[in-house]
Design a protein around this ligand. Structure first.
Ligand code: ADP
Length: 859
């Protein structure tokens, strides 16, 4: 209200409000519709006129209407009935207005998407029906219409529906429908089953009437059977009172009819207590199931002996009386034999199974030992289950043989080896045999299993090894034959037959002794036999065998004793090898050897002769050489002595000891002196060489001062190089050095080399270079002389050879100096080499080892 006033004040206009809730004096709530009108003076609001109207009644009606509409909506949406709303327009079109949720649920579509569409657009399959037309009539004219079944089918909606349509107000229509698809199906089912039931009923009636007829007949039959039956029968009333027993019962168990008729089972208790218990339980079961059953029991005969019986119990109708029929079969004997059977089989290694009615009824431990399933597991297995333990590859044949055996197709004991697969998956080999028997009075199949696994594998191994042996035997290039102790050939391989040209058929009558052409009869020689046996080793011979055509064949024979399983000698193994080729080769070799020997002898003799000749020759040479050396030594002495006199006296004359000399005299005397000196040198050198060659020179080695020796050499050659104005240098001797050699020979070597160097050098210098190493001395004599032409290199160490040149000819010399020097160096175990260039100079190098045979280490 305050809001109204402030609004009027603000805007200055009239305002109306409804729905004011106020309480009246009585405390009841009333609704007011209110107006506010501003009253103005001088254009100013001075008051507000308020008019209120009581609208409580109207309000209540409206809310009731609302309420009822809500209710209706709720009903529409919650009831399982479905509604579609339509309006008939003036143009005659029936327009879909909406649906309730039940309709959406039933049709499984949201029907709101059809709102505003004509009935034909919304539900096209309805066009084929009279529905749109009827709906329109109802909407217009009122009334109700019902369709028992409409089969509707479009993309989204499918089913059978029951539909009722009615007018709600003019031109307004509601169509209500119900899904009767399932209902129809159920109806169909009921109809079908009713038909079946009727049929069954009919059959039943037929059967009953037939059975009734049969029963009448069978009753008669039963009575006669009862009396004549060899099986003991007792009939009892349902209250367990004995009614009648047949003659067989009385005969079998010794009782008379009086013993039991009219008595209750408890009064005439002929069973052992456990059997009685079984009896009651069986009757109970029989009454419940109304089906025949059987059990074993122990009963006392009239004479108090115990008998095992098989009781078959049944309810029969006789003279319209329900009776319990007991058929008693004495199975004492059977039971006993069964007991015996069990005792035997339980201890037997032979697996035993009894299959009855397709099921395992008995199985012993031996089976369990083979296939690893427990007895408990196997009992009541079907025979198929048992066959499944047979290897898949053997199953078909096992089944086949089993069936044949059962049907009598296979006669006699004819076991067959099968593979079984044990519980843990191992393959076992077993001999299986089946046979039909009577077990507990009924037909059964006795199946026995013998574990063959070990034996099988052993056999397999044996076969393998036999095959291996056979292959070896057949493929061997050596002939192999097996004989008995008498030598009769029992078997022989191809090589054996081929070698001797025999066929396999010839073997039958062939004895090994026959084909040995030599005196030895291997098999008769007991010593030999014993030897082989004792040594457990073979004997080997080379003998000739006789071929089929009479030719002989040289062979190597090896013989073993054949030992059988009991370790007895059972024959011989003989292996023969053709040695024809070897024999030929041996002969050839022998021939060759003989020829070779002859040749060697011849050659040895020749050699001997030539050695003898050579020795003779050598002795002569030695003799000649000795003679030569001796001759030269003597001769040189003889030659040198007069030369000494010539030189000495010539010198005296030249020194004018015997008076002055004229020019010619002086010149001739000088010539004489020079020639005599040359001669003297020549003879000295020849002597030296001769001595060296004849081995007469023995080195006198010892330590000496190299410096001293070189000083002596220098003073000897000094006049020579000074005269020619040449320089002489020594290099590498800055300190005192000692060396080990023959000093006289050493001096001789270097005097020779240095004299040559001075002699063949026109100007320049001569140098002696000394190098000391750990193990050797190296001396080089280097000059700047005329040099030696390459072509003459091989000449200079030869005896009496001088190079053919003008300069050389102008010098004095014998051509023996270098050859002597070489011999002296070599006597010291050293070497001499040289290098030279014509016109440039020469270098002679001497290498002397420090170590020598007479001194181990020289440092
Ligand atoms: P000879 O008595 O002639 O010196 P050798 O045996 O000492 O005899 O020498 C042989 C020849 O070798 C000499 O005649 C000479 O032709 C040559 N000959 C030796 N030493 C030298 C050298 N240092 N220079 C050049 N030629 C040499």
């Amino acid at each position: 209200m305050l809001k109204i006033i402030s609004s009027i004040k603000k805007n200055g206009i009239q305002l109306g409000f409804s729905d004011y809730k106020i309480r009246n004096k009585d405390g009841n709530v009333i609704f007011l519709e209110t107006y506010g009108i501003p009253l103005k003076k001088n254009n100013e609001i001075y008051a507000i006129l308020s008019i209120a109207k009581d609208i409580t009644f109207l309000k209540n009606i409206n809310s009731k209407i609302q309420e009822s509409e809500n209710k209706l909506n709720k009903i529409y949406n919650s009831i399982p009935l479905s509604f579609h709303f339509y309006s008939l327009k003036t143009d005659g079109k029936l327009i879909f207005n909406g649906s309730n949720s039940a309709a959406n649920k039933i049709l499984k579509v949201d029907c709101s998407k059809f709102i505003g569409k004509t009935i034909e657009e919304a539900f096209p399959p309805l066009m084929k029906t009279d529905i749109p037309q009827k709906y329109k009539e109802i909407a217009k004219n009122g009334g109700t219409w019902k369709w028992d079944q409409i089969d509707y089918d479009d993309k989204t909606i499918k089913g059978a529906y029951e539909v009722i349509a009615f007018q709600t107000s003019p031109n307004e229509l509601v169509a209500s429908f119900r899904d009767i698809t399932q209902h129809l199906k159920n109806k169909k089912k009921i109809q079908d089953s009713e038909e079946k039931l009727l049929e069954l009923n009919k059959k039943l009636e037929e059967t009953i009437s037939r059975r009734t007829r049969e029963l009448d007949d069978s009753e008669k039959l039963y009575k006669s059977l009862f009396d004549d039956s060899p099986i003991a029968i007792i009939l009892m009333e349902m209250n367990l009172q004995f009614l009648i027993s047949n003659a067989a019962f009385n005969k079998t168990f010794g009782y008379s009819e009086d013993d039991l008729i009219g008595k209750n089972i408890e009064e005439f208790c002929f069973c052992t207590p456990p059997s009685l218990d079984k009896f009651f339980k069986s009757i109970q079961l029989l009454k419940e199931k109304q089906l025949p059953l059987s059990f074993e029991a122990e009963i006392y005969k009239k004479d108090n002996t115990l008998a095992y019986i098989l009781v078959r119990m049944n309810i029969i109708n006789l003279d319209n009386l329900k009776l319990i029929e007991l058929m008693l079969q004495d199975i004492t004997e059977l039971k006993e034999s069964e007991e015996n059977f069990k005792i035997i089989t339980e201890q037997s290694f032979m697996g035993t199974l009894i299959i009855q009615n397709g099921k395992i009824k008995y199985v012993n431990k031996a089976v369990s030992d083979i296939n690893e399933y427990s007895i408990k597991e196997m009992l009541n297995w079907s025979k198929y289950k048992f066959f499944q333990t047979i290897h898949p590859e053997d199953q078909a044949i096992a089944m086949d043989r089993f069936e044949k055996k059962i049907k009598g197709g296979l006669k006699g004991y004819d076991p067959f080896l099968y593979r079984l697969i044990s519980k843990s998956g191992n393959i076992k080999w077993a001999n299986i045999y089946s046979k039909t028997i009577q077990y507990q009075g009924k037909k059964a199949i006795l199946t026995t299993l013998i574990d063959y696994t070990d034996k099988h594998f052993a056999e397999e191994e044996l076969q393998k090894s036999e095959e291996k042996y056979r292959r070896l035997f057949e493929s061997s290039k050596d002939g192999i034959a097996m004989t008995d102790l008498e030598g009769n050939i029992l078997d022989a391989n191809k090589a054996f037959l081929d070698m001797l040209d025999y066929s396999i058929d010839d073997l039958k009558n062939l004895n090994f002794n026959q084909i040995i052409s030599q005196d030895i009869n291997i098999l008769e020689k007991s010593i030999l036999k014993n030897e082989i046996l004792i040594k457990n080793y073979f004997q080997e011979f080379e003998k000739n065998l006789t071929k089929k055509n009479g030719d002989t064949l040289p062979v190597n024979i090896k013989i073993w004793i054949k030992i059988d399983i009991q370790n007895n000698a059972s024959g011989f193994w003989t292996i023969i090898r053709d040695i024809t080729q070897r024999k030929i080769e041996e002969n050839l070799r022998e021939e060759f050897r003989q020829r070779l020997e002859e040749e060697v002898n011849k050659r040895t003799k020749e050699l001997q002769e030539s050695i003898e000749k050579q020795n003779l020759y050598q002795a002569e040479i030695i003799k000649a050489s000795k003679f030569k050396s001796q001759f030269l030594a003597t001769m040189s002495h003889e030659l040198r002595t007069p030369l000494n006199a010539i030189i000495g006296f010539t010198e005296l004359l030249l020194e004018k000891a015997f008076g002055p000399l004229n020019k010619e005299q002086n010149e001739y005397l000088l010539d004489i002196k020079t020639s005599a000196e040359h001669q003297y040198d020549m003879i000295s050198n020849i002597l030296n060489i001769t001595q060296l060659e004849s081995g007469q020179v023995i080195l006198n080695k010892h330590f000496f001062s190299l410096n001293t020796i070189l000083d002596q050499i220098n003073s000897t050659i000094k006049p020579m190089y000074t005269k020619k104005k040449l320089l002489f240098l020594i290099e590498g001797l800055d300190e005192e050095k000692e060396m080990y050699a023959d000093p006289i020979r050493f001096k001789e070597i270097f005097l020779n080399l240095l004299t040559n160097a001075i002699k063949f050098t026109i100007d320049g210098q001569i140098k002696l270079v000394i190098k000391e190493y750990f193990d050797k001395w190296i001396f080089k004599v280097r000059d700047t002389g005329i040099g030696i032409a390459h072509k003459d290199f091989n000449l200079i160490f030869k005896d009496f050879v001088r190079i053919d040149s003008t300069y050389v000819r102008s010098t004095s010399g014998t051509g023996l100096g270098l050859s002597l020097t070489k011999r002296l160096v070599e006597l010291h175990n050293g070497t001499i080499t040289f290098s030279s260039f014509l016109g440039v100079g020469s270098t002679f190098t001497i290498n002397l080892p420090k170590k020598s045979e007479d001194l181990d280490v020289i440092i």
